[in-house]
Design a protein around this ligand. Sequence first.
Ligand SMILES: NC(=O)c1ccc[n+]([C@@H]2O[C@H](COP(=O)([O-])OP(=O)(O)OC[C@H]3O[C@@H](n4cnc5c(N)ncnc54)[C@H](O)[C@@H]3O)[C@@H](O)[C@H]2O)c1
Length: 376
Amino acid sequence: VVSLNIQFGHIGVPVIIGTGPGFEQAADKAIRALDPDRVLVLADATVAQLYAADVQRFAALGRLPGVVHVAPAGEACKTLSNVEDVAETFMTGGATKQSLVLVFGGGATMNLGGLTAALMYRGLRLCHVPTTLMAQNDVVPSMKTAVNLCGRKNNFGTFHPATLNVIDTRYLHSLPVDELRSGMGELVKNALILGGEHAALVERIPASVGDLLGDEARLAEMVETGIRAKLPALAADAQEATTGMIFEYGHTVGHALELAYAPGTLPHGLAICWGMRCCSFIASRLGLMPPAERQRHDALIGILLSEDLPRPLPSLSDVMFRVMRDSKRGRVGEAADEVSCVLLTGVGRPIPTPSMLSKFPASLVSEWLREQGFRD
Ligand SMILES: NC(=O)c1ccc[n+]([C@@H]2O[C@H](COP(=O)([O-])OP(=O)(O)OC[C@H]3O[C@@H](n4cnc5c(N)ncnc54)[C@H](O)[C@@H]3O)[C@@H](O)[C@H]2O)c1
């Protein structure tokens, strides 16, 4: 069992990582030690079906019988009406201020469950049991919770730290390969913004990503390295608003692409990889990133992302409409024809601004989209 502590400013959150019967016993003990009257389990529909016995196991860890709510699988669960549905199941099931919300699923379920836990009784304790590589390495080290509103990503939420994170790499075995690659997208992002050991980790990703599925040690290393990447920034900037903003690299265009496709077509982490490619195009067009640096930057992305964007492409105007309504908008006073994102001068070299965001003409994004084949 690997134990870590994530420090969000003055708030410390424990994480345990491992797998196997001994790990499960340790995890159950850690959850029982929180002494919840009831465990309120929120499970992703696919995960609830694949791991029905674990849902029951978690629900039985309180002093009283637990409550289970199964939410729609993946991104579709991130709606305000689902917050209400989950809260209603939990409230009518006997939730009190001593209850523990346990989220069993990927990042989408964690975002829904985190927001619901933050709002119930103005803040219930929260335990995450993440089941995707993305959720394990990138959502665990974050206090952000949110659902999507008015066609925008993550624009309705708050910050709510978990009380405990239990990461069992066994759950990754059932992940579709594209979702495994999606989780590696955030590791590629860490490689690009931080360089060093994070770039070395990505350079060791095998051409056939699915080969990693049986390799517990490598998966655990990826999870741990991904979490460690964010620790210094989170200690200083728990809400990821200034120095921690670097982890939004590639997200302005990435989120727009993810939402412009039909749900599930372009997984989050792969969308971010495309967004980071757009950023290197923009940085080089602005004369900020020299050609050799852009080549190294894009080669690191190429380790994970060798294929074209899924066809048919959404319309250029739909993607641009979403780019212009990005949730970071307004922080750096963009003009009507500008957008902002983190930009780099090279691998491991973000451009330092007070918010870590740089603004630039939106026409550069359209130009890049046209290069990829997008049309009105
Ligand atoms: N800081 C943050 O809060 C933060 C950081 C990164 C991403 N996110 C959010 O996380 C979401 C993406 O999370 P994700 O990549 O975990 O995807 P996800 O939660 O949407 O799950 C992806 C798919 O995998 C399925 N699935 C989950 N676990 C499985 C398993 N063990 N076996 C088989 N199938 C499984 C789900 O049913 C779903 O269909 C996005 O909404 C993104 O905005 C939030």
